[in-house]
Design a protein around this ligand. Structure first.
Ligand code: HEC
Ligand code: HEC
Length: 206
């Protein structure tokens, strides 16, 4: 965790106070109020601070909270926050709020198979994978342009620093909890350059 994050975190609290009185139409339930200082009332998060969680599948989000509580995931900012909503009612209230928000619309999502010849190495991994290394195409699970399919989380328009950190966390075995180590075994095949390129690719999907 960087100092920037801590500083941005305290700035985020200011945003929180402003947002309570201002434009956001959907009422923020009490259990979700503390979350909005980093994930924002829109659930869009902040670069180098906290991921976008708007519109993600509630089951996926719930499991991630449980993983922070149980230790399969760990983060100096997020782990204590998960502890605040360990009560099932509070957890559901906070998660349902963020799951109900909408994420930016992707106008022309690209499907696996739309193009046979792909030169860009990151796009090739996204839509074709690399069978020599047992890497299935990311879009097989994460959907067209990475827009997410049920509890295969959305990657499109996510902050690139977050995507990169997660792939590296699986590579270094500091994130776990994915079924059958599916992401762990993929991430360990990726080079750090590919991780950066893939993170930029998904962050910039339009
Ligand atoms: C102080 C800042 C901060 C606050 C407040 C905060 N979070 Fe987070 N949250 C983070 C960070 C940072 C991460 C990324 C952690 C990592 O890298 O593993 C995160 C990750 C998450 C994730 C995982 C997202 C994913 O796509 O896997 C969920 C779910 C989440 N937060 C929900 C919440 C909820 C619900 C609350 C309120 C109870 C909350 N957060 C409050 C900083 C915060
Ligand atoms: C076989 C299915 C599958 C494939 C293929 C796949 N993923 Fe995943 N991915 C998952 C699942 C399942 C999760 C959620 C893991 C969990 O619940 O903890 C996930 C989570 C992620 C996350 C974390 C998202 C977040 O919000 O925290 C990233 C980043 C990611 N995948 C990137 C990729 C990339 C890049 C590729 C292609 C190189 C890829 N995935 C291919 C199944 C897959």
């Amino acid at each position: 965790m960087s100092l920037t994050r801590i500083v941005q975190g305290s700035m985020g609290l200011g945003v929180l106070l402003l947002s309570i009185s201002s434009a956001f139409a959907a009422p923020i339930p009490p259990a979700a109020t503390v979350c909005t200082s980093c994930h924002m009332p829109t659930g869009m998060g902040l670069p180098n601070m906290a991921p976008m969680i708007a519109g993600k599948n509630a089951e996926y989000l719930t499991r991630q909270i449980d993983l922070f509580i149980a230790g399969g995931r760990s983060d100096p900012l997020m782990t204590p926050m998960a502890g605040l909503i360990s009560d099932p009612k509070k957890k559901a209230e906070a998660i349902n709020y963020f799951a109900s928000l909408s994420a930016p619309e992707i106008k022309n999502p690209e499907h696996r198979g739309d193009h046979a010849i792909i030169d860009d190495p990151a796009r090739k991994l996204v839509y074709q994978g690399d069978w020599n290394r047992n890497i299935p195409a990311c879009s097989t699970c994460h959907g067209a342009s990475g827009i997410g399919v049920q509890d295969f989380p959305r990657l499109a328009t996510q902050h690139p620093d977050y995507l990169e950190e997660q792939l590296k966390a699986w590579k270094n075995k500091t994130r776990s909890g994915d079924h059958n180590d599916v992401m762990g075994s993929i991430a360990r095949q990726l080079t750090d350059t590919e991780i950066t390129q893939l993170s930029q690719y998904f962050a910039n999907v339009k």
